[in-house]
Design a protein around this ligand. Structure first.
Ligand code: RP5
Length: 162
């Protein structure tokens, strides 16, 4: 991205909302933010735990669609309920990122995320798959916004050339 594109993006309405359960998730989730920046997608980022700050999660998720957010990326670890709780409060698609954990290696996070009950789906990328979450979110935007479809086509072409 050029400096001008970056400056423009700073003033744009976020299209992707990134939420994570703890500041300790930020190191991994920076990769998601960086990939969105590379693809030119405006985003917002918030730390809010489904267990420790349920009211904050509720307020953020319930208002996301009306703020202009089109896709949510939710990252959490251990008993990772954040993505499912967010999905309960929004009509938007939710892409979840299971965090690698010290006790169970992230399998706990993964299973907590993918085993959602019928009626409340979330998509789920790999353990610590922050970058893929950004790409998938951009692909979802691209179904209705041609400029993001074009960014993904460029990204794939560059990958094939590498
Ligand atoms: C989850 O518990 C967070 O998403 C994080 O991955 C994990 C550990 O959180 P901290 O104890 O590091 O705050 O809620």
């Amino acid at each position: 991205m050029t400096d001008k594109e970056e400056a423009d993006m700073a003033g744009q309405t976020p299209l992707v909302g990134i939420i994570m359960g703890s500041k300790s998730d930020l190191e991994v989730m920076k990769e998601c933010a960086a990939q969105l920046e590379e693809l030119g997608v405006p985003y917002e980022l918030v730390v809010a735990s489904a267990h420790r700050q349920p009211a904050k999660v509720h307020e953020w998720a319930a208002g996301a669609a009306d703020r202009g957010i089109r896709v949510i990326v939710a990252a959490a670890g251990k008993a990772a309920h954040l993505g499912g709780v967010v999905a309960a409060y929004t009509p938007l698609p939710v892409v979840t990122v299971p965090m690698k954990t010290s006790d169970l290696g992230g399998l706990d996070s993964l299973l907590s995320m993918v085993q959602m009950p019928t009626g409340v789906p979330v998509a789920c990328v790999a353990i610590n798959g922050a970058k893929n979450a950004a790409i998938l979110a951009t692909q979802i935007l691209g179904t209705a916004m041609p400029e993001y479809r074009a960014r993904i086509e460029e990204y794939k072409a560059a990958m094939a050339d590498a």
